[in-house]
Design a protein around this ligand. Structure first.
Ligand code: GLC
Length: 668
């Protein structure tokens, strides 16, 4: 049955955007906590200018191009699993240490163990960006930034490659989990809070991926065709807010082109807008192997001039590096000028001086993981969105007996894949979380645990191996049908959970098993709902997903829908906290859930066109312009399943009839 859809309530939208504009608190931007990158860099820049005068061309080229696969120059302490480095400089006048970079938006990604070392180096797997944004709480997100900053600091990392701030233009972007919202203001506010939090700990934050990196298919080559107004108001705006209000020490340019030119080769973006117009003081680094500098796809030959184009455009730092030879040739040929090279070195060394390694900070390898775990659980619960709660199905009193359905209960997706993955010491799945608060149907738990063990399979994706398992059909499985019937008679309620995984370098698809439920998932919903409703009992669905999925096909079959997305290592506990009423759900959607994927304004242009039929996507035409997300649905009065800003709580609200108490407007 189709969900009838949501009539747009302009008051709700205005309220949501107003909250975004002011945050959930009464502070305003000018009161944002100061950060080490508080915009005051003149003394560092003056010192960097002196330094560059004491460096040879070769030393300058070492600084602007990372070491890549070579040993970093003047690396004092390495961190196993660091994503990259900035080379140091050692000569008669200078002793600048190499500094270390590490991912990612949902937590620090470094190797958790080291050969010959009995210690462990686990980090906290925080809730994903979409969950943070769903809290609409700048102070809370700033605390997450402090936690991530503390872990970077105490594990010896200088520059965190986070937050990710790209706009969720289309639900199928594989990396939406790393980003905040469809709305640039909310994205900018969340990015600001994260940067302030991180940099308050003395490490640098890197806002990324500048700009309009909003699909993953052939990301090294795709050219976003964007009109100027949409570029300004949708894709640039969030970055502008973060730069103005949090002064990130670092920014990472994106893989893609914009209107025919790689972003990391665009002087208008990297010098005119970023620095001249916005006053950005930080360094600008490329994404890894970005700009067709190496032939990442044999169908697309590398551009021998890519490195020098990036340098001349103001992309200060080429990561992960291996470009020194190309730059030396350009310098010798005069296409890489002294002015541009010196400016890039100064931009980099101005920030390097503010890093813990440069300041000689002696890190402990003992970040406060216990308090971070508690905070991660709190944020995961607060960012959980209650989409449906018919007849106050929820909360379910702790101690009740629950029947849990779906392999996702034992196959948690704590976060997405790729460089945004986190090596945490543990992750609490839904089964473990619920078993702390409820009596679970042991036969069902046993069935799904065995089914998962016998039917799981691995899928190799960029950087990761995903463990997957498709849910069994229920209706043609007599054993499972018997368990469903028995549970409906003996348990108080049913909890069905679905999982969706995605990540870097790959986009999702709009078909069954991804954006749409699979046949077996739909079958499970129908069979379980039929059995439990026949007994007058309720059915709850929990969505452990990386982004928006379809709800229209099945929402009317169930009584409650909870959207925790990917809650990090404390996912299961956070869901149990919300289901039991320990935590009153207050999450609000930071992205629209449409009635149908075809209603998404970019559904006809997403992932783009292979214009020369060579098997590589070349262009994405952002024909919808500024009409991204709610800007489209509200402007063209298109019904949605659940609107931007929507989320229920266990508290009920009602609008009374407004009355006028004063008939005169005072002028003072
Ligand atoms: C990746 C990602 C970027 C990440 C970097 C280092 O390609 O696009 O977000 O920070 O490489 O891992």
């Amino acid at each position: 049955m189709k969900n009838s859809g949501f009539k747009f309530n302009p008051i709700m939208l205005a309220l949501a955007v107003a909250i975004a504009a002011t945050g959930c608190s009464d502070d305003d931007d000018n009161n944002d906590a100061p950060s080490p990158g508080n915009g005051e860099t003149s003394s560092y820049r003056a010192r960097a200018t002196q330094m560059v005068e004491q460096m040879s061309v070769s030393e300058k080229l070492d600084v602007v191009s990372g070491p890549g696969s070579d040993q970093p120059i003047n690396l004092t302490h390495d961190v196993s699993g660091a994503a990259g480095y900035i080379n140091g400089v050692v000569n008669d006048n200078l002793n600048i240490p190499a500094v270390k970079l590490a991912d990612g938006p949902a937590g620090l990604r470094i190797n958790p163990t080291r050969e010959g070392d009995s210690n462990t180096y686990y980090a906290t797997a925080w809730p994903i960006g979409s969950v943070l944004a769903s809290t609409w709480d700048k102070q809370l997100v700033e605390q997450v930034g402090e936690g991530q900053g503390n872990e970077g600091l105490e594990y010896g990392i200088d520059i965190l490659l986070a937050p990710g701030m790209n706009i969720q233009r289309n639900p199928l972007n594989g990396r939406n989990f790393e980003y905040y919202s469809e709305d640039p203001i909310l994205s900018g506010k969340m990015g600001t809070a994260m940067v302030n939090g991180m940099q308050s700990q003395g490490v640098a934050a890197t806002i990324k991926h500048f700009v309009a990196n909003v699909s993953e298919t052939d990301r090294y080559y795709v050219d976003d065709i964007v009109e100027p107004r949409a570029m300004r108001e949708i894709y640039l705006r969030g970055f502008q807010l973060a730069i103005t209000n949090a002064h990130p020490l670092s920014l990472m340019t994106s893989f893609n082109k914009v209107n025919g030119t790689y972003v990391n080769e665009r002087y208008d973006m990297l010098r005119s807008i970023l620095r001249d117009e916005w006053g950005y003081e930080g360094l600008v680094m490329s994404d890894w192997y970005a700009g067709n500098i190496f032939a990442m796809n044999p169908l697309v030959p590398a551009d021998p001039d890519a490195a020098v184009k990036q340098q001349m455009a103001g992309n200060n730092l080429l990561q992960p590096g291996n470009a020194k030879e190309s730059l030396q040739q350009a310098y010798d040929a005069g296409t890489l000028t002294d002015d541009a090279l010196d400016q890039n070195v100064i931009d980099i060394l101005t920030q390097v001086q503010q890093t813990p390694t440069y300041r000689g900070y002696e890190y402990t390898n003992q970040p406060d993981l216990d308090s971070h775990a508690a905070l991660a659980r709190q944020v995961a619960a607060e960012g959980t969105i209650l989409l449906k709660n018919t007849d106050t199905t929820l909360p379910i009193t702790s101690g009740a007996s629950l029947a849990t359905f779906g392999v996702n209960q034992v196959n948690l997706y704590k976060g997405g894949t790729g460089s945004g993955d986190v090596n945490s010491a543990y992750a609490v799945n839904l089964l473990d979380g619920l078993s702390q608060q409820y009596q679970l149907n042991a036969e069902l738990v046993d069935y799904y645990q065995r089914y998962f063990e016998e039917n799981q399979y691995e899928e190799e994706v960029f950087f990761n191996t995903i463990i997957k398992c498709d849910d069994p059909m229920v209706s043609d499985n007599s054993d499972l049908m018997a368990l469903v019937e028995d549970a409906a008679q003996h348990n108080d309620a049913a909890v069905i959970s679905f999982g969706r995984q995605a990540g870097e370098a790959d986009d999702r698809d709009s078909g069954r098993g991804d954006y749409l439920l699979s046949d077996s998932e739909l079958d499970m919903v129908q069979q379980v709902s039929q059995a439990f409703h026949a007994q007058g009992k309720k059915v709850i669905v929990v969505l452990n997903v990386n982004g928006v999925i379809d709800t229209s096909e099945w929402a009317t079959d169930v009584d409650a829908i909870l959207l925790p997305y990917m809650g990090g290592q404390e996912s299961g506990n956070a869901v149990a906290d919300v289901l039991s009423g320990e935590v009153n759900p207050s999450g609000k959607l930071a992205q629209t859930m449409p009635l149908s994927y075809d209603d998404v304004p970019s559904s006809s242009t997403f992932e783009g066109l292979d214009t020369d039929s060579d098997g590589v996507i070349d262009e994405t035409h952002m024909n919808e312009g500024i009409y991204v997300g709610y800007r489209y649905y509200t402007s063209f009065d298109v019904d949605v399943a659940y609107p931007f800003g929507y989320g229920l709580s266990y508290t009920t609200f009602d609008y009374g009839q407004p009355t006028i108490v004063e008939n005169t407007l005072s002028t003072d």
